[in-house]
Design a protein around this ligand. Structure first.
Ligand SMILES: C[S@@+](CC[C@H](N)C(=O)[O-])C[C@H]1O[C@@H](n2cnc3c(N)ncnc32)[C@H](O)[C@@H]1O
Length: 943
């Protein structure tokens, strides 16, 4: 029975207690941290997943790929029929695939017949389905990029004068501090469980969970909220702080490589591709589920029928549990927009079990209210003086006030079958139940009378069933109380699911401590609900914007403290439920009585029912989220961080470089701030190059801005070459990898070669860049010996024909680097160690025409984070800022008794709280821009 989320997430009396969080006692396979990526060599071959084959309804034997399977089964049937009953083979027979692996195992006659029958069931067909008997998924490791912990943030804000105890900080992040030597074979070790937010395609990530981590059979529940259809704009939100998406506006289209790739790969054939997309994911998801597990797919009426068919195929029709219709929005969809006459405000949850016989199911109840629905039966009242009367029509339809008293229904005292038949005398009249029978014995009837539970109807006796005998009723498959639009769900994502809908699924299908997976994270509703209810979670999204939203949602959330049965055992030990009544005598605890005719007739204590959504709470505790990590898939051969990585262009497949050169030739304009641009021409591969990808001539700004450019480049060239004769406008180009960032090694190698060859400028062009590489590039001449610029390649070039207008001027652009000021404060810490403060002044954008740096407003970023002791392996978010927002407000209010208000002000601004660190410590700042991009920078304190 769901209560208002506000009550759940904001304890009423958050007194002076320190914030607490649940600790999960389970462990998990370790994953390497991103800083260890260059040394991480483990590889695994791609995995091929094969569908269960089905016979075409047309029984087209010659072309149907299932023919071979059917022929094998018929042979099995013939052979097994010749064996004595029960017609079992001594050893199961196997149908083998081309690679020798067993595709099918048949134990005997019954097995073969059942399999053949299954193949004959009608099924949904679509273009390409028959040809696609299997699909391959690359097996990639996952790297930990960020460690996040609300407790660590609160800790760093607490005492500005003390040097933090690093071990305590690592504990707050649940960082196992794996040395590099262990990280290189991370998957062979186990660490304490932390919840996980993973960037990547759901198929690749789920396959990694299965193959690299062996997580098969360990997920209790999977919640999938896929794009509802194939319309691009309606499925994704490209900006962190802009919820409106207009499907026809190119500006609104996301430019992230993974997203665009996913989109292009996924929807080429419209609905046909969509069905492939979903079927593949369902098949892999199934392997992750425990035997008692459940999967829920959220879908609209547009494709509900297809999803049901797909799930029949993936999970077996016998494992169907329910289709739940739930109210999604408070308002109705406009019928015009749907070209339909009937407006809707509901979506559906299609629920299947991994194995219906073993499904974990916890009944979830709603309160029986003296409202319209339950008054259909509970339409009599017993007044405080013991008199009984029927409710008046006005009382029943709500136009008159309900009388003070106990509502009751006049339930049956007889049962269908005449098994217990006797004459029963009551108040001078004899009653006989025939042709039915009594529901209890003679003695039982007497006890029911003694309890004043018998009601005399005209010619029969009825049982008085009070509403409060069992004050709740099970939820059915229609949920009309889940709509958003009230204060309970602040909508941050365009396609956000109401909390209540996900919560009910979680409560029905899992217990505290169970693992929940959402391969379509979005704004993180499933993660948020799982965190609230003490479940472990993994959420996956292919886009950075949802990840940014989820990071903020989880970090800044507060929850009720549900009392644990055994604190040392963590949530897996279960919550405590108790029976409690309020002053009005209403049941308000998590255990409610269930008084029945049977319990009265047998003088038994009444039964009890547990309301899983009403655990006992400790209102003095403010609960915050546990630690979580952000991970991502990055292909192993691609260098991720730095130093030892060998990311010279020679390592890149030459077709990637050839393609980039081609794209640059077609779109040779680089956008600069202030609507200006620089154009490259004569782009080509340099002769005998070791580290450079291309060279080009710089052409002039269309506005005629020739002098500063030529002069600046000439000056740079002269300085670099000592006046050697060379075309001042020849520039060197380094392309980053197709699916990884530009690295320091690549930059240093390219700069070395560019200097030797006398180029006047180095352009590093890529989809992303490591913090270290960005630092080197921004230092330009001082470090590299020549001016250098990072040029961000936006994803338009991968979008191709998807965009209505190919706007070449926006394909490459010079984007900002965080402009960070580090100030050493006058007063050191108590032990004499210096204290520091960091200000994000903004984003610096280098202009290669004027050689000047432009400053973009910095207090307007959606989020920035600070790691005050960057260890080169992973980013620990010690302080996380959401400038000019009230993101931390709920936590601030909850902790006002223990934490001074001023500490929170930092987290809504552009200046960090002071922190203590020795000179020489590396700190890292990460800015999240409007599109969810991460712009990192590293500084050495006192350098
Ligand atoms: C309908 S939204 C989910 C919304 C979510 N239930 C919530 O409450 O915010 C679908 C999400 O799936 C993500 N997505 C789409 N295709 C994906 C894929 N192949 N792998 C991972 N995520 C994907 C999209 O980026 C989008 O955020």
């Amino acid at each position: 029975m769901a209560r208002a989320t506000r009550t759940q997430s904001r304890p009423r009396n958050a007194a002076a207690a320190a914030p607490r969080r649940y600790e999960h006692e389970q462990d998990a396979v370790a994953r390497p941290e991103i800083g260890a990526a260059p040394r991480f060599k483990a590889k695994a071959p791609p995995v091929s997943y094969r569908y269960d084959s089905s016979l075409s309804p047309a029984l087209d034997w010659d072309t149907n790929p299932a023919r071979e399977t059917a022929a094998f089964l018929l042979r099995c049937i013939e052979d097994a029929a010749a064996l004595p009953a029960p017609h079992e083979f001594p050893e199961p027979r196997e149908l083998k695939g081309a690679d020798g692996a067993a595709l099918l195992r048949i134990g005997g006659l019954q097995d073969a017949v059942a399999t053949l029958k299954r193949m004959q069931a009608p099924f949904l067909d679509w273009a390409g389905k028959a040809e696609r008997q299997s699909f391959e998924v690359p097996t990639l490791p996952l790297f930990v990029h960020e460690r996040l912990s609300t407790a660590a943030i609160i800790k760093t804000l607490e005492d500005h004068r003390k040097r933090p105890d690093q071990n305590e900080m690592f504990d707050l992040f649940s960082d196992p501090q794996m040395p590099l030597s262990k990280q290189v074979d991370a998957y062979h070790h186990r660490n304490k469980w932390v919840n996980r937010l993973i960037l990547g395609d759901s198929l690749v990530v789920m396959n990694s969970l299965l193959r690299f981590e062996g997580l098969g059979g360990q997920v209790q529940m999977i919640y999938i909220d896929p794009p509802y259809g194939v319309k691009f704009g309606s499925n994704f939100q490209p900006f962190v702080r802009k919820r409106d998406v207009s499907p026809n506006d190119d500006e609104d289209m996301t430019r992230e490589p993974e997203m665009v790739q996913a989109y292009r790969d996924t929807w080429q054939l419209g609905l046909h591709s969509y069905l492939n997309y979903l079927r593949d994911r369902l098949l892999v998801a199934r392997d992750l589920l425990t035997q008692s597990g459940s999967v829920f797919v959220q879908i609209s009426d547009e494709n509900l029928h297809h999803v049901r068919e797909l799930m029949d195929e993936a999970f077996g029709s016998a494992n169907f549990v329910s289709v739940i219709s739930f109210v999604k929005t408070s308002g109705l969809n406009s019928p015009d927009a749907r070209l339909s006459k009937v407006a809707t405000n509901n979506d559906f949850l299609v629920w299947y079990a991994r194995d219906i016989q073993r499904i974990k199911f916890r009944q979830v109840f709603r309160p029986k209210v003296a409202g319209l629905d339950d008054l259909g039966t509970f339409n009599w009242v017993e007044m405080p003086d013991g008199t009984r009367r029927a409710l008046t029509p006005e009382e029943r339809n709500g136009t008159a006030t309900m009388p003070l008293g106990r509502l009751f229904a006049r339930a049956d005292l007889t049962a269908q079958r005449p098994t217990t038949v006797f004459d029963f005398r009551h108040e001078g009249k004899v009653y006989n139940p025939l042709p039915r029978g009594w529901r209890t014995t003679q003695q039982g009837m007497e006890k029911v009378v003694a309890a004043r539970r018998v009601f005399i109807a005209e010619n029969s006796l009825r049982f008085i069933q009070y509403l409060d005998d069992f004050p709740v009723a099970p939820h059915g498959a229609f949920w009309d109380d889940t709509g958003t639009g009230s204060f309970t769900d602040d909508k941050i994502y365009v396609v956000q699911t109401p909390v209540k809908a996900v919560q009910r699924c979680v409560l029905m299908a899992t217990d505290p401590g169970d693992l929940i997976l959402d391969p379509t994270c979005g704004s993180g509703t499933t993660a948020f609900v799982a965190e609230n209810w003490g479940r472990r979670w993994i959420s996956i999204d292919t886009s950075r914007v949802p990840l940014a939203l989820t990071r903020q949602r989880i970090l800044s959330a507060t929850f009720s403290w549900y009392k644990l049965r055994d604190e040392a055992g963590g949530p897996a030990s279960g919550f405590i439920y108790a029976r409690r009544q309020n002053r009005k005598g209403e049941q308000v605890g998590g255990v409610v009585p269930h008084v029945t005719l049977k319990s009265i007739a047998n003088s038994e204590p009444p039964g009890e029912e547990v309301l899983v959504d009403r655990p006992e709470t400790d209102d003095a505790v403010t609960r915050i989220s546990g630690p979580f990590v952000i991970e991502a898939t990055l292909p192993t051969p691609q260098p991720i961080a730095d130093d030892t990585a060998s990311s010279t262009p020679q390592d890149e497949p030459s077709d990637h470089i050839a393609r980039m050169i081609e794209v640059l030739r077609r779109s040779p304009t680089i956008a600069l701030p202030g609507n200006r641009k620089v154009t490259l021409k004569s782009i080509r591969r340099p002769g005998r190059s070791l580290s450079l990808s291309a060279e080009a001539q710089v052409d002039l700004d269309a506005s005629g801005n020739t002098v500063p450019l030529a002069a600046a480049l000439d000056a740079a060239h002269e300085k670099n070459t000592g006046g050697l004769p060379f075309s001042a406008r020849s520039v060197a180009i380094l392309f980053g990898p197709a699916d990884g960032p530009v690295t320091t090694k690549a930059v240093l190698d390219a700069a070395k070669e560019a200097n030797v060859k006398g180029y006047s400028h180095l352009y590093a062009i890529g989809f992303a860049i490591t913090a270290e590489a960005r630092t080197e590039l921004d230092a330009g001449e001082d470090v590299l010996g020549l001016p250098a610029t990072f040029v961000a390649a936006t994803m338009d070039l991968q979008m191709g024909d998807l965009l209505k207008n190919q706007r070449s001027s926006q394909i490459f652009s010079v984007c900002g680097a965080p402009d960070v000021a580090v100030v050493r404060l006058d007063e050191p810490a108590d032990d004499g160690t210096p204290r520091w403060q960091v200000t994000l002044r903004g984003l610096d954008v280098f202009d290669p025409i004027t050689m000047q740096t432009h400053h973009a407003a910095g207090d307007d970023v959606p989020c920035w984070m600070l790691d005050t002791a960057y260890n080169g392996l992973v980013f620990h978010a010690d302080q996380v800022f959401f400038p000019k927002t009230s993101a931390w407000e709920s936590l601030r209010k909850a902790l006002r008794a223990t934490h001074d208000d001023t500490v929170w002000q930092h987290l809504a601004g552009d200046t960090s709280a002071p922190f203590v660190a020795p000179i020489g410590t590396d700190i890292a700042v990460k800015v999240i821009d409007e599109r969810g991009n991460e712009l990192p920078v590293i500084r050495r304190l006192g350098a």
